[in-house]
Design a protein around this ligand. Structure first.
Ligand code: ADP
Length: 361
């Protein structure tokens, strides 16, 4: 009988509840203990953890946000903080952990995994855990699930929450287009996504936007002329409104952020059109998850349980020095694949660094 803990961390995303449900139900179905760690890593450090029952996760799949709470936890960024979390886990005999979150959260999980053996030895040497518990928890069986609206995981076609965020963006812009049409206005719509332009670019295509700014291809210094030329030409054909999508992490050639206000001023000065800015903000994370995010959450939660239990079988009775490798659940086409967590983190970091370098060169 194993104790499997599940937590959601970082920015919430729709479909996280589906993933938690699948983790709980599959764990219990296989006769193991399941623990709901509340408020992300904060709950792991403070021991805000409840043993899950079958009923805990009834009627949750359709809910947005995270029913077990999520947080940004600075203490977990420190070795001391992570050691506190390890102590709590040894006390509760939770040696299997499923982390649902973005790249920051998964990086934190990987660090805990790497330090786990040392934490166990230290806690035993300090007399804080018994030899029996230290032995039982020699190995941390870890799996990650990418829960993020940004869809910025390099190995996964989809992260949990990005489909719903896109759906919300489309709905909001469909509404804006009606009023823009009446008043012949231009709307600059700011969307989330941090350093990843997936939301901006795909939403722009889906709403027939006239212009899109996204971080992977930053605009050159001539963007005001190009943008205004584009608006002028579509207006000439009789279009009464324009939508411009502005991704969150977009910078100019000097690395300075391009904001909605700047875009508005350029258009108003050059073309004399009426411009409004719409910042969708947290609306993008609101509301019920789409079918796709529910299904993705459920499938990934289920796979993550199989993964952590599989590593237990692989290791069998743990002996010193034996190491399991944490995997992250990824969607490739229609299949859920596993990828080595440390490699995915490295690749994502490298890709972001390369992008920054390319953009500022
Ligand atoms: P996301 O997981 O959505 O990318 P954050 O980057 O804010 O969100 O990370 C969420 C939490 O994960 C942080 O508050 C922190 O507790 C943990 N975390 C993030 N980066 C690290 C890191 N480099 N080392 C340890 N923990 C981290």
């Amino acid at each position: 009988n194993h104790g499997i803990g599940v937590l959601t961390s970082g920015g919430d995303s729709q479909g996280m509840n589906a993933a938690v449900r699948a983790v709980v139900r599959e764990t219990l179905r296989q006769g193991h203990r399941c623990y709901l760690v509340r408020e992300g890593y904060t709950g792991l450090i403070t021991g805000n953890i409840d043993q899950a029952t079958w009923e805990h996760v009834a009627n949750v799949t359709h809910l947005g946000g995270s029913m077990i709470g999520t947080s940004r936890c600075d203490e977990f960024r420190t070795t001391d903080g992570r050691k506190k979390a390890a102590k709590i886990m040894f006390d509760r005999r939770i040696f299997h952990l499923i982390v649902i979150g973005g790249d920051g959260s998964l990086m934190g999980a990987q660090k805990l995994k790497e330090e786990w053996g040392r934490f166990g030895e230290e806690l035993f040497a300090e007399g804080k855990i018994t030899e029996e518990v230290a032995n039982e928890g020699r190995e941390l069986h870890l799996a990650g699930i990418v829960g993020s609206i940004d869809n910025d995981c390099i190995e996964s076609d989809k992260s949990i929450g990005s489909d719903t965020a896109l759906h919300r963006i489309c709905e909001a812009i469909d509404g804006l287009v009606m009023t823009a049409q009446s008043h012949q206005r231009v709307f600059v719509v700011e969307v989330m996504g941090r350093h990843c332009g997936y939301l901006a670019l795909t939403a722009a295509i889906a709403v027939e936007a006239d212009y899109v700014f996204y971080p992977e291809i930053p605009p050159d210094d001539k963007w005001p002329e190009q943008l205004c030329h584009q608006l002028e030409s579509v207006r000439k054909y009789g279009k009464r409104q324009n939508v411009i999508i502005l991704g969150e992490g977009v910078t100019n050639s000097k690395g300075m952020k391009i904001g909605g206000k700047q875009v508005k001023e350029e258009i108003e000065t050059r073309l004399g059109l009426e411009v409004r800015i719409a910042t969708l903000g947290h609306l993008q994370r609101g509301g019920a998850p789409t079918f796709l995010d529910r299904l993705l959450g459920l499938r990934m939660g289920h796979e993550a349980v199989l993964e952590v239990l599989k590593t237990t079988e692989d290791v069998g009775s743990p002996i010193a020095g034996q190491k399991t490798v944490a995997q992250v659940m990824c969607l490739r086409g229609h299949n859920i694949e596993r990828n080595e967590l440390s490699r995915v983190i490295r690749q994502t970091e490298t890709a972001n660094e390369e992008m920054q370098q390319r953009n500022y060169d």
